[in-house]
Design a protein around this ligand. Structure first.
Ligand SMILES: Nc1nc2c(ncn2[C@@H]2O[C@H](COP(=O)(O)OP(=O)(O)O)[C@@H](O)[C@H]2O)c(=O)[nH]1
Ligand SMILES: [Mg+2]
Length: 331
């Protein structure tokens, strides 16, 4: 593992996962290459970054030539505080869970392969919105490139397991085997693989579903015995809603964000309708950037109200914000 990756490198790497456009990807890759310590241990990673940079440049060029119409693969714009991606074998209950977590209405059906395209929706947790994406089933034969891209870009993957059928365990094994043959990995924490170039690990929860059915508890025991998973587990019924409150909370917590409300200098009350969200440890500068890039450039100071600070204190751009802080920006 190449030691001493800088904060800037790690930040660019995190942003790369979240990039919505090839242009954003290119920016991140260039920062990563610049920040990567150059020595023998990082030769492979350097080569990989250079290869990705030239590939991304080509993608941007092709996109321009086609007049911005076609080009590149499937890209779903990110929305909300983060992205959760639902995956699993056929009939595991992905679409049912999607219906229950969001207002989206993917088709739920007793026959497999009803979902052909990824379907996005928004889940709310308190006053935060999180993007949830339903995907086509993964089997021994089928693993759509679009699904793989979504897993790599996800903040959290929910691996649905069917406790309603004796084939459920076999199906999840097939899902894991198939993903294992690609450069994408399901893991306990998200990170880039430092040993195997190009491999991305994405944080995953195991979500055994249909616990409302009579034989489900027995099948859950079989799952633990024959296919032990290293992931944190949430047992649910997507149909009855059992376990979904815990799952929503865990999804929100896995994003590791803080909420910040803004207040106009001439107003008494903050705007509590919709918070801005930034990664925990993020600064005032990031909030200013989210609002407008001119704000970030011209920011003089801000007043902050919150649990960790004397109300109305004046702070600078590098101030680290806490959950539910209210900020009043002065430019
Ligand atoms: N009993 C029960 N049935 C469920 C549950 N979740 C999904 N189902 C049923 O399982 C079938 C497949 O669900 P669906 O969401 O379409 O699966 P997908 O292929 O993973 O999207 C449908 O008949 C659903 O009604 C659950 O929690 N309990
Ligand atoms: Mg479906």
């Amino acid at each position: 593992m190449p030691a001493n990756l800088t904060q800037q490198y790690l930040k660019a790497e995190a942003e790369y996962r979240r990039a919505a456009t090839p242009e954003e990807e290119l920016d991140c890759l260039q920062v990563m290459l610049r920040e990567l310590p150059k020595h023998k241990g990082t030769d492979k990673l350097q080569a990989e970054l250079k290869h990705k940079i030239s590939k991304t440049k080509k993608e941007i060029e092709q996109h321009r030539q086609s007049g911005g119409k076609k080009g590149g693969g499937f890209r779903l714009p990110r929305q909300g505080a983060g992205r959760a991606v639902l995956i699993g074998g056929p009939n595991a209950g992905k679409s049912q869970l999607m219906c229950n977590l969001t207002r989206a209405t993917p088709e739920v059906a007793v026959y497999p392969f009803t979902t052909h395209e990824p379907v996005p929706g928004m889940m709310s947790w308190e006053d935060v919105m999180v993007q949830v994406v339903d995907t086509p089933p993964i089997t021994a034969d089928v693993f759509a490139p679009a699904t793989q891209g979504l897993i790599r870009s996800a903040d959290i993957v929910l691996l649905l397991i069917d406790l309603g059928s004796d084939e459920g365990i076999e199906q999840v094994q097939e899902v894991l085997d198939h993903i294992g043959r690609t450069k994408t990995r399901l893991a306990n924490a998200s990170h880039f693989d430092q040993a195997e170039v190009g491999v991305i690990h994405t944080k995953t929860f195991a979500v055994p579903n249909k616990i409302d059915l009579p034989d489900a508890a027995d099948r859950l025991e079989l799952l633990h015995a024959f296919c032990p998973l290293e992931f944190e587990q949430f047992v649910i019924s997507a149909e009855t809603g059992q376990g979904l409150d815990e799952l929503r909370l865990a999804v929100y917590n896995s994003l590791d964000v803080v909420r910040v409300y803004t207040k106009m200098p001439n107003k008494k009350e903050a705007d509590y309708d919709r918070p801005y969200t930034i990664g925990r440890g993020g600064t005032l500068r990031e909030i200013a950037q989210l609002i407008h890039k001119d704000f970030a450039e011209n920011l003089k100071f801000a007043r902050v109200w919150g649990s960790n600070i004397h109300d109305g204190s004046q702070v600078k751009a590098d101030y680290v914000l806490h959950d539910k802080d209210v900020v009043e920006l002065h430019i």
